[in-house]
Design a protein around this ligand. Structure first.
Ligand code: DAT
Ligand code: MG
Length: 153
């Protein structure tokens, strides 16, 4: 297992519903380390770039207007296996079948309002992090005192 970085965003529904703290806690509690975070309103262009793989699909326009409808919290989380750990913590894409205990399984009911995004692999993580953050915005060399209790090293 290698140390990875993954891009996670709390979507406008999560922000509007006052779930920022609850959602961040899930990742902190899991043991992942926060290395970048900002509250921002996405432009249509940036939203279309972020969701470029879905361009042309029937839900694309609705997805872009939803993700640009209010502020999002953009974050980068780091840790061993961070990409799949974050996806497991987030839960299945459609909250109708997300397991209880996952973020979507506990806080969401339908696919168009699934409150959180997480990168689905190493290439998309690198691509998405670079869309939202410059290198200088990612807190460098932060080592937490608890890390030895989260991971064997
Ligand atoms: P995920 O967000 O789990 O990575 P995805 O990349 O397949 O899922 O899709 C991106 C987002 O697009 C997803 O979070 C919600 C929306 N979406 C996906 N499939 C959809 C569909 N069939 N109908 C409506 N929205 C959909
Ligand atoms: Mg995806």
């Amino acid at each position: 297992m290698s140390v990875e970085r993954t891009f996670v965003a709390i979507k406008p529904d999560g922000v509007e519903r006052g779930l920022i703290g609850a959602i961040i806690s899930r990742f902190e509690n899991r043991g992942l380390k926060l290395v970048g975070m900002k509250l921002m309103k996405l432009s249509k262009e940036k939203a279309e770039e972020h969701y470029g793989e879905h361009k042309g699909k029937p839900f694309f326009d609705g997805l872009v207007s939803f993700i640009t409808a209010g502020p999002i919290v953009a974050m980068v989380w780091e840790g061993k296996n961070a990409i799949s750990l974050a996806r497991n913590t987030i839960g299945a894409t459609n909250p109708a079948s997300s397991a209880p205990g996952t973020i979507r399984g506990d806080f969401a009911v339908e696919i168009g309002r699934n409150i959180v995004h997480g990168s689905d692999g190493p290439e998309s993580a690198a691509r998405e992090i670079s869309i939202f953050f410059s290198d200088s915005e990612l807190c460098p060399g932060w080592s937490r005192s608890i890390d030895k209790w989260v991971s064997e090293g």
